[in-house]
Design a protein around this ligand. Structure first.
Ligand code: NAD
Length: 414
């Protein structure tokens, strides 16, 4: 039985609720609550000083019913199989909600990437790729960056796969460098999507984006690019944080980013005051964007939240207890599978461009991202109003029902 506050317990309880709200059968629950394929591997790493260490690696293909599996690769010391299954499940509903022709997957290695040199990181990435090689491929399962990995890891994954295939296979991963078949706009896509979700949520709450305030937990690939996009929309980003803590009182995100790049921390940036991650969550802002890890908003931390809108940049940042409190307070929560879907949407564009060997302009990527995300946001909002459910329930119901329908139409083999 999974731990009740674990991301897997959260994901399963949300699935159970969606199944009940949709009046689906126990057969549907049995099928949809079980990951399709789970691989655990040992990843040996030769450190630069000659020591050999072993790390656990995972790849979970939660579903391949609507198309190839798709999902990120995380390098973080705390990941385990249960969390990887949970994140792969969320990818499944996310791809269905946004109507991308994918199932859902997730993977990673239980390692702290900050303890690795670049050469160690490369060896670990290549060995992990080689261990999961039988599962991945442009028609099978397409990894992408997640926490602790970036376009450099994707380049090594693409190269390792291609060397084994004997020819270049850019479509095996997304989030690659542009020169290797990456897409314009992929680096900022998840943050851009978060900003679009914030813009639409502000409209619903009748708040003018010009000067509206936002606090962002997490200053990585999602948090940083969301901050840039929100600043460009006229919002005031009043606080950001990373694993070491947060800051307020800065003027421009670009200055703060430069300081963080040079110093490895936000703390001490000129003209700023330090705050804790919990203080950031409790600031009196219009919008709160959790964009770090799971379980940031819990039963205890939700009580002090004063934001009117929560837009989930991270995956599974809110526990069911935290969610219930936000609901009671009337906070509009834009759920992860909608709010951070910009990343997988532009990953899809990258895969399509790689398949066609025809590359789009940055404007085309932006326009298509906006139109797919707006379609999903409108669907979630209308479904929520029609069925008197909140946005998380609405998004889950739409995603889950599409996967259930695909299962029914394909039938059960044999
Ligand atoms: P990242 O590794 O680039 O950045 C993570 C950030 O979170 C860093 O700033 C880190 O310091 C901070 N952090 C880590 N632990 C923290 C803690 N305990 N408290 C506060 N901050 C902490 O990762 P990312 O790609 O930005 O991913 C962030 C979240 O967004 C994850 O939940 C990820 O699954 C989700 N996500 C990412 C993408 C993507 O395209 N990268 C897409 C969809 C969802």
């Amino acid at each position: 039985m999974p731990n009740l506050e674990s991301p897997l317990a959260t994901a399963l309880s949300q699935l159970r609720r969606a199944i009940d709200q949709l009046n689906l059968s126990e057969n549907d629950w049995n099928t949809l609550s079980t990951p399709r394929r789970v691989l655990e591997v040992a990843v040996p790493l030769r450190r630069d000083d000659g020591r050999v260490e072993m790390y656990k690696g995972y790849r979970v293909q939660y579903s391949t019913t609507r198309g190839p599996a798709k999902g990120g690769v995380r390098f973080h010391q705390d990941i385990d199989l249960d969390e990887t299954v949970a994140l792969a499940m969320l990818m499944t509903w996310k791809c269905a909600l946004t109507n991308l022709p994918y199932g859902g997957a997730k993977g990673g290695v239980a390692v702290n990437p900050h303890t690795l040199s670049i050469t160690e990181n490369e060896r670990l990435t290549r060995r992990y790729t080689s261990e999961i090689l039988p599962l991945i491929g442009p028609e099978r399962d397409i990894p992408a960056p997640d926490v602790g990995t970036d376009e450099r890891n994707m380049a090594w994954m693409m190269d390792t796969y291609s060397v084994n295939a004997g020819y270049s296979v850019p479509g095996v991963v997304t989030g690659k460098p542009i020169v290797l078949g990456g897409s314009l706009g992929r680096t900022s896509a998840t943050g851009d999507g978060v900003a679009i979700a914030v813009r639409e949520a502000l409209k619903i709450k009748g708040i003018n984006p010009e000067g509206a305030t936002v606090a962002i937990q997490g200053f990585g690939k999602v948090g940083y690019w969301a901050a840039v996009a929100l600043e460009n929309m006229g919002l005031k980003v009043v606080a950001v944080s990373d694993v070491k803590g947060g800051v307020t009182g800065f003027n421009k995100i670009s200055d703060l980013h430069r300081y963080a790049q040079e110093n490895g921390t936000l703390i001490g940036a000129p003209g700023t005051e330090s705050i804790t991650n919990t203080e950031l969550l409790h600031l009196p802002v219009d919008v709160l964007v959790p964009a770090a890890l799971a379980d940031a908003i819990t039963e205890s931390s939700a009580v002090g939240i004063r934001a009117k809108i929560v837009v989930e940049g991270a995956n599974a940042p809110t526990t069911p207890g935290g969610d219930a409190i936000l609901n009671d307070k009337g906070v509009l929560v834009v759920p992860d599978i909608l709010a951070n879907s910009g990343g997988v949407i532009v990953s899809y564009f990258e895969w399509v461009q790689d398949k066609q060997n025809y590359f789009w302009s940055a404007d085309e990527v932006k326009e298509n991202l906006n139109s797919i995300l707006m379609r999903s946001i409108t669907e979630v909002a209308e479904h929520s109003a029609a069925h008197q459910v909140n946005w998380r329930e609405s998004a889950n119901m739409i995603g889950v029902s599409r996967v259930a329908q695909a299962h029914r139409l394909r039938g059960l083999y044999p």
